[in-house]
Write a new protein. Structure first.
Length: 132
């Protein structure tokens, strides 16, 4: 069984959204370690769904129920926003948070404790997590 990684690259706060180059690099890294990535976009996302859908499975979320279901399907959640991270922690799914600049105030406890976070410029600890 191939483990799935849910990637939640955007937020209502647009400055938190993954740059497209970061998102594509994350997708490549996830595949490199034998996981199957899927990208989850929120309504009104500024991320180009057509471009991403050429690279991997893309899903749209329109409710909290959708969000929870997609998180529960995942082995790891990689996110730009704290809501998917905290919901992941609730469901015992590993939350990996990538910010423009790390904001410890919003990290789930497990992310902080285990180093499951990074920045747009340095998310090298993701490889360590996926390798383990």
């Amino acid at each position: 069984e191939i483990k799935q990684v849910g990637i939640f690259p955007d937020s209502r706060q647009v400055h938190k959204n993954f740059p497209i180059t970061t998102l594509l690099e994350i997708v490549d890294n996830v595949r490199l370690f034998g996981f199957e990535p899927f990208v989850v976009l929120t309504p009104g996302s500024s991320i180009d769904a057509n471009l991403i859908s050429k690279t991997c499975d893309t899903r749209k979320v329109s409710s909290l129920t959708d969000l929870c279901s997609l998180i529960q399907m995942s082995s790891v959640v990689i996110t730009a926003d704290s809501l998917p991270a905290h919901v992941s922690e609730y469901y015992n799914v590993i939350p990996f948070v990538i910010y423009r600049q790390v904001n410890y105030k919003y990290l789930p406890i497990s992310s902080m404790k285990n180093g499951w976070f990074g920045t747009f410029d340095d998310f090298s600890s993701l490889a360590d997590l996926l390798r383990s």
